[in-house]
Ligand binder design. Structure first.
Ligand SMILES: [Zn+2]
Length: 225
């Protein structure tokens, strides 16, 4: 069949929309996720208060919207590995609820996504943290300062990297971009990422932001492992 015909048919018979988390067909009223997945997300967001953690002195607050599990994990994977940037909208919904509940997050004036290395950015085409920050800003109104932080390397070596080695590896991986340093001075920053694991990445980013003169840094992630 010719390409023109394929295009004409796909226009006449559009693909049915599917749930961004589980792939089940959606009805017109469902939105981004199916009713089952929506229930999962709503049930998990209600426990958001539990997901505030202490992560050293440099982060004023560290909070996550969901456990890295079930529907939320499926949405993160769709966002990261299946080029499904729309999945971020469903995650940002839960993040906005946590943001609204925690004054330490609401104190932020600007939002900075955890950066990926430029090679990763080229291969994936986007930074999933920046997509989440953009989706979140539709709820919070915070400006997204994508590019304020730079990631110097993604991973140095996989071989023999235990937790301690990984954390030492990440500690110096982030620097404030020279062109943003003046603007960061005295700002309260909301750092945004997809998944909080050990916290080493967030702490390294907070350190870089504070070294540029930021007044405070709080962290909000979609999920916590
Ligand atoms: Zn679903």
């Amino acid at each position: 069949m010719s390409r023109a015909w394929t295009e004409a048919l796909s226009w006449l018979c559009p693909q049915r929309a599917v749930c961004h988390a589980c792939g089940a067909p959606l009805s017109a009223s469902d939105g981004l996720v199916c009713p089952d997945c929506r229930r999962w997300l709503e049930a998990d967001t209600l426990t958001a208060g539990r997901w505030e953690t202490m992560l050293g002195d440099e982060l004023a607050c560290a909070a996550s919207a969901f456990r890295y599990d079930g529907t939320a994990a499926a949405l993160v994977k769709a966002l990261k590995f299946q080029s499904d940037q729309t999945a971020a909208l469903a995650l940002a919904h839960g993040m906005a609820a946590v943001y609204a509940a925690l004054p330490a997050l609401r104190a932020a004036e600007v939002c900075v996504p955890v950066p990926v290395h430029r090679r990763r950015l080229r291969s994936r085409g986007y930074n999933q943290a920046a997509v989440l920050a953009g989706a979140l800003s539709q709820h919070t109104g915070l400006p997204v300062w994508d590019g304020a932080l730079l990631r110097l390397w993604q991973k140095r070596s996989q071989i023999g990297s235990g937790r301690a080695a990984r954390e030492a590896n990440i500690a110096g991986a982030f620097v404030p971009a020279v062109s943003w340093e003046r603007r960061l001075r005295n700002r309260s920053v909301l750092l945004v990422d997809d998944v909080l694991t050990t916290g080493a990445t967030a702490q390294a980013c907070a350190h870089a932001l504070l070294s540029a003169g930021a007044r405070s840094v709080a962290l909000l992630t979609a999920c916590r492992a």
